[in-house]
Design a protein around this ligand. Sequence first.
Ligand SMILES: *Cc1c(COP(=O)(O)O)cnc(C)c1O
Length: 402
Amino acid sequence: MKIRLRSALVNPRSGVEADPGLELPGGADPFSRQSIHHLVARYGSPLLIIDAQRVRLQYQRLAAALPGVVLHYALKPLPHAALVGILSAQGAYFDLASNGEVELVRGLKIAPQRCIHTHPIKRDSDIRTALDFGVDTFVVDNPDELRKFEKFRRAKLLIRVCFRSPVAQCDLSRKFGCDPAQVSSMLSLAAELRLEVIGLSFHVGSQTAEPQMYVEAIDYCRSVLNERIHGHQLSTLDIGGGFPVDYAQPALPIEEFCAPIVKALGRIRPNVRIIAEPGRYLSAPAVVAVAQVIGRALRDGKWWYYLDDGIYSSYSGQLYDHVTYAVEALVPPGEQFPSVLAGPTCDSIDVINEHLLLPILRVGDLILGRSMGAYTWACASNFNFFPRATILALDHGRLIEN
Ligand SMILES: *Cc1c(COP(=O)(O)O)cnc(C)c1O
């Protein structure tokens, strides 16, 4: 007997029939071809599908690889309520950087004590909004920023230190962080201003290829944490984000990546609270993108397929994030031909991949992009008025409402 509750309610906004029962057969993998065809038939395309179970597995795997480290999900790569809700239920903490991100977690009734604000450069209104919500930990990296907190004395501060990473795909130490040589003068100024500094933070960059930079940064921070400097005894170390995932190029398994980091953390005196700010690692592999072929043309011996998603939208990470996503056509196997996947806009740079071998595709065929949960939807635009992908979050066959 098939038990499938259906109500006749229709969501007036989307026109989609509200279904209190299962969206997919219980236990179905939301990333299977069958599930994807079902979801596109029901919700159209382009889609980004979040699998709650994969989010949990990413969180648990990173937590196991970094024992004793408190994981604050950095919302930036995918600031979506469903994802934040799934992580919150897992016990995750959060890393916020803007008023919009504060509003998102506030709306989900997440305890502010589980959040830190890590943008090194803030307006007074950013500080005030976060403090009003109840967040009390902030990041500073220069004397002007420290002085902003003279008005907000209850804030606890982390000093962000920069360690240049030649191997990170996105080197964030170019834009933020004070030189290690300036930490002492920052602590001295904080003491003078009677501000409370509780620790150090760093962010070595995103999609870091190897862990050496974390180890060097931790070893430097350990020397500061061991001393009492200008009256401050620091008790928190924030090792940032940057943990890598597999794209078209595979990354180190996370256990192997984290082993030297854990070893370096083991040299720090006990009673120092260690936190991290993973973004990409938690969100990227738990999401696939689904686009549809909307037209095709044979140009200079190559098949060009035009999709309803592209470089200005879910695939924007190929520009901003310097990533090449693994894509595949959800069609039966067949003879393969040199092919190009292009986005829907009228702009010539809107090309996803020019060097693919694909079977002959037809209008309506689906293209799957893997590991598309970080810096995709978050950076997408609706250039040319092509709408961004619809996000669907599924948990064991059930659609998570937002
Ligand atoms: C972007 C960012 C993160 C997340 O980085 P990932 O590489 O996605 O893990 C964490 N902390 C800060 C301060 C960031 O700016």
